[in-house]
Design a protein around this ligand. Structure first.
Ligand code: KG4
Length: 340
């Protein structure tokens, strides 16, 4: 089964051709990072306009690189939710147009399911069921991947996502966008025990997260020091925050795996590129005799290959959309696109 996949949920316009959910024949990514950098974050209107400008070229290039004319494809997969609505609409409308003109079935894909599917590309032997920590710029979830298209949320953030906490504190530390990556690099030079930041817990929901209070505590520390004219060691702040976020993510994931009996753990999303999180989860899994699956760094950020991988499984499950498909800024990962 051969799928063309399109991704435009945030600031990357991407297209890929993927075979059988595991083999990437081409993967093209046009990143907008340079255009948003001067604003310190993604500007939605600019993102939509840039997607519209380059989506045709990106799709054309992915088909050419895969040597896959449209008549060799089985379906067109597209990220339909969640994300920036204007950005999503560019990909969804392009995919609808191509589906109409080519007659190929249209397969909507949940962006976070795509992040999880990056693991199928990277790890040939990985099959559900497994437990997955999904950590990106907009979401932090612990998800039971019961089957390729059946998911259940075990824990979720009650406020900010882990990536958002990293990005906002990185900005307060004067680091460039995208903040999480730069904060991670700076943290490598710092003392992770220099500051003890709070660990918020959600009463009665042991696997839920809350990062908003932690983010505020760090930003207050930075502002208080600057108001008093005190010099702060930015690397120590970055390392201490990273330690706290990592402890929260790893401890809850392992506790959930203990309770639910999972021996296989995966990670997915942009924050799964974090070096301390990769080290700590690796150690926790080794100590508890579990198998850990993490995508390579090249598949942690947004890309269309992962959408193609998940698209294959959604297509196989019969999740084909009518041309009235709409994009959605929010959507639960457990939602199944079932139009039957
Ligand atoms: O999954 P992603 O590329 O986009 C969304 O779907 O949200 O995730 C982007 C997030 C941003 O918050 C970015 O700062 C964070 O992933 N990120 C990192 C690292 N690389 C990217 N956070 C911590 N450490 C990193 N190395």
């Amino acid at each position: 089964m051969r799928i063309l996949a399109i991704e435009s949920s945030c600031d990357e316009t991407a297209a890929a051709v993927v075979e059988d959910g595991r083999h990437v024949l081409s993967s093209v990514i046009a990143s907008q990072v340079e255009s948003h950098k001067i604003y310190g974050g993604v500007v939605p209107e600019i993102a939509s306009r840039m997607h519209a400008e380059c989506i045709s070229k990106v799709v054309r290039q992915s088909l050419d690189e895969a040597d896959a004319p449209l008549d060799t494809l089985d379906a067109i997969a597209v990220t339909a939710a969640p994300g920036l609505i204007g950005a999503l609409l560019v990909g969804v409308n392009f995919a609808k147009g191509l589906s109409f003109s080519s007659g190929l079935p249209l397969v909507p894909v949940h962006h976070l399911r795509g992040h999880i599917a990056a693991n199928y590309i990277a790890h040939a032997g990985l099959e559900p069921p497994f437990l997955c920590l999904v950590v990106s710029g907009g979401n932090s979830h612990i998800v039971e991947v019961l089957d390729y298209t059946k998911m259940r949320i075990v824990g979720r953030t009650r406020d900010d996502a882990a990536g958002e906490a990293y990005d906002k504190t990185a900005r307060a530390l004067g680091l460039p966008y995208p903040g999480g990556l730069h904060l991670d690099k700076l943290a490598e030079q710092g003392d992770a025990h220099a500051y003890t930041f709070p660990e918020p817990r959600v009463t009665g929901s042991p696997y839920d997260f809350s990062f908003s209070g932690l983010k505020t505590a760090v930003i207050n520390t930075i502002h208080n020091a600057s108001q008093k004219g005190e010099q702060l060691n930015r690397a120590d702040i970055a390392a201490s925050l990273r330690r706290r976020v990592t402890e929260m993510l790893v401890s809850r994931t392992i506790a959930a795996a203990d309770e639910l009996g999972y021996r296989k753990i995966a990670m997915a999303g942009g924050v799964s590129a974090n070096s301390e999180l990769r080290r700590a989860m690796n150690k926790a899994c080794e100590d508890s005799g579990r198998a850990l699956y993490i995508p390579p760094l090249s598949l942690c950020g947004d890309n269309a290959a992962m959408i193609g991988a998940q698209g294959c499984f959604e297509f196989a499950a019969g999740h084909i959309a009518p041309l009235s498909l709409n994009a959605s800024a929010t959507m639960d990962i457990s939602h199944e696109f079932n139009f039957a």
